[in-house]
Design a protein around this ligand. Structure first.
Ligand SMILES: Cc1cc2nc3c(=O)[nH]c(=O)nc-3n(C[C@H](O)[C@H](O)[C@H](O)COP(=O)(O)OP(=O)(O)OC[C@H]3O[C@@H](n4cnc5c(N)ncnc54)[C@H](O)[C@@H]3O)c2cc1C
Ligand SMILES: NC(=O)c1ccc[n+]([C@@H]2O[C@H](COP(=O)([O-])OP(=O)(O)OC[C@H]3O[C@@H](n4cnc5c(N)ncnc54)[C@H](O)[C@@H]3O)[C@@H](O)[C@H]2O)c1
Length: 485
């Protein structure tokens, strides 16, 4: 990364684009812009690559899945017994995965592409300029991509105990004996299941319901699975207070089904109660940029109140967030690039951004859930097909779950939810279908290999015509046509 030189103090840098934050979102913009020969300055105050929690989490989940596969092998007639977990090696596996592609995110690679990488904390000094240490950057466009950090809930006593955030979880080298997880969102549920599979006793506490924004029927399958694997779940349960010392943390709970108060005890506490945008250091008001608790306020074009400045990724709020479409940030970088490089008008399309919960079975969705569609679209149809009816799912003992489609009454796709093995892969064609405004008939016409889990999607689509099959007129027509051979 660049060092501060006296020359830098005197002369401002004047790139086309200045990207603040080198996480997933900021790196995508800076890398592609540099590759197209655009003058880019990328500012990062910490580690290149950002939090990379999605990847660390995937590595942890994969380790948990292996342990589980060993336990389940007996179903296939293979005896392997209880797996022996060396958690220090699980830690090493996670960190090997995190470093595997680190050169792709390095300052050296960006510099080789032609970008200027500056290490330091950026803040706005006026509508057109950012300061980083002794550097001043006056860019034609700024892209704020400063991400988020864990939100700490206001629970009496929390600050008196040592607890884990996601970072802390991925840094552990010994398996927690009894892990208490606060939060029942996507990251908490996946981490809880992985740790259980690796051998921890796990309790999850959630004030509402597990992954409440997703389809309730699909979440019911996940809930059942977590309970069957031995996770203790407290939903609709408030945490009143926390106390304890090292290796003995006591959490006082209250919930409708648990009586007025109950105390549970664990050796470790993971706080995964959501994230908050990381924007305090940016001095946004100096540039006339508006922000609120949801992040930097942007419009449908990802522009802030200052038209030179975009915000993308986890720090973007306003039109970039929609309660019916959480996790819409994935696509922001590509959109901003299109505008910055080719000046094409852009518009966030949160309706076609997929979402996924990476517990097993996975839950993936795109577009409207059934509940959101009933609110928004009124007259809808729901199509379902269970994995239990799929030969490939039977072959692999992965029969839990279903494909559920939401359409309008003419069969135009409004949303898809898949809970089951490889749901995060199976959702992809449905993203395309939604983006292209396709009908379920278009999808029913697709031929998938046999046997494949994808055939479940096809069966769900074809079921749109099930009511037709029962119509006496149609049955008579088929009977009539049969006479002609
Ligand atoms: C446990 C967990 C699991 C997850 N799993 C997934 C998943 O499976 N799939 C998925 O899509 N998402 C997942 N997410 C969400 C995903 O991690 C984030 O959406 C993604 O990292 C956001 O990227 P970003 O670039 O916006 O921010 P970040 O990756 O947080 O990057 C922001 C960067 O900006 C830097 N920065 C901040 N302020 C300044 C400043 N003033 N000056 C200079 N630099 C600054 C920071 O140091 C950081 O490097 C998960 C999140 C968690 C917590
Ligand atoms: N696959 C993915 O794309 C993926 C995976 C994980 C996370 N993410 C994203 O990362 C972000 C963070 O995810 P997350 O799961 O950490 O946050 P989240 O906001 O989705 O979930 C936080 C949960 O914590 C609960 N909670 C709040 N206060 C609490 C308290 N005092 N005690 C117990 N529980 C409490 C909330 O009710 C909520 O269910 C989200 O935007 C999420 O969508 C994405």
């Amino acid at each position: 990364m660049s060092d501060i030189t006296p020359a830098a103090k005197a002369v401002p840098l004047t790139p086309d684009i200045c990207v603040i934050g080198a996480g997933a979102a900021g790196l995508s913009v800076a890398t592609a812009a540099a590759a197209f020969g655009v003058a880019v300055v990328l500012v990062e105050r910490g580690t290149m690559g950002g939090d990379r929690h999605g990847l660390a989490s995937a590595a942890l989940i994969a380790a948990g899945a292996r342990a589980h596969a060993v336990r389940e092998a007996k179903r296939f007639g293979i005896s392997a017994g209880e797996p022996e977990v060396n958690y220090a090696q699980v830690h090493d596996h996670i960190h090997r995965v995190l470093t595997a592609n680190a050169p792709d995110h390095s300052a050296e690679r960006l510099t080789a592409l032609g970008a200027t990488v500056i290490k330091g904390e950026a803040h706005f000094i006026d509508r057109n300029s950012v300061s980083v240490g002794a550097y001043r950057i006056k860019a034609r466009r700024f892209v704020i991509a400063t991400g988020s950090r864990p939100a700490t809930p206001a629970i009496p006593g929390l600050d008196s105990v040592t607890y884990l955030s996601e970072d802390g979880l991925f840094a552990l080298t010994r398996l927690p004996e009894r892990l208490i997880v606060l939060g029942g969102g996507a990251s908490a549920v996946a981490a809880a299941q992985a740790m259980r599979r690796l051998g921890s006793a796990v309790t999850v506490i959630e004030p509402e319901l597990l992954v409440a924004q997703e389809d309730a029927e699909a979440v019911a399958i996940i809930r059942r699975k977590l309970l069957r694997e031995g996770i203790v779940l407290y939903e609709r349960t408030q945490v009143l207070s926390i106390k304890g010392q090292r290796s003995s943390i006591r959490v006082v709970l209250a919930g409708p089904e648990r009586g007025p108060q109950q105390t549970i005890e664990g050796t470790h506490l993971l706080v995964a109660t959501g994230r908050t945008p990381e924007i305090a250091a940016l001095d946004l008001e100096m540039a006339g940029i508006i922000s609120d608790a949801g992040g930097v306020v942007v419009d449908k074009h990802l522009r802030t109140a200052n038209r030179r400045v975009f915000a993308i990724g986890d720090c973007a709020g306003g039109a970039a967030r929609d309660p019916d479409f959480p996790d819409a940030a994935n696509n922001h970088a590509g959109l901003v690039l299109r505008n910055a490089l080719f000046r094409t008008p852009i518009r966030i399309d949160i309706a076609t951004a997929p979402r996924a919960v990476y517990c097993r079975p996975e839950l993936a969705s795109v577009g409207l859930s059934e509940a959101a569609a009933r609110k928004k679209a009124g007259d809808i149809r729901i199509l379902r097909w269970p994995f239990a009816g799929n030969d490939q799912a039977q072959a692999g003992w992965e029969t839990e779950g279903f494909v559920k489609l939401v359409t309008d009454k003419k069969g135009r796709l409004l949303g898809a939810t898949i809970v089951g093995d490889q749901a995060s892969e199976l959702i992809v064609p449905w993203c395309l279908a939604l983006k292209k405004g396709m009908t379920v008939q278009d999808m029913a016409d697709l031929v998938a290999p046999y046997p494949s889990l994808s055939q479940t999607s096809g069966r769900a689509a074809v079921s749109f015509h099930a009511p037709l099959a029962a119509k006496p007129g149609i049955r008579r027509l088929i009977g009539f046509l049969r006479r002609f051979g």
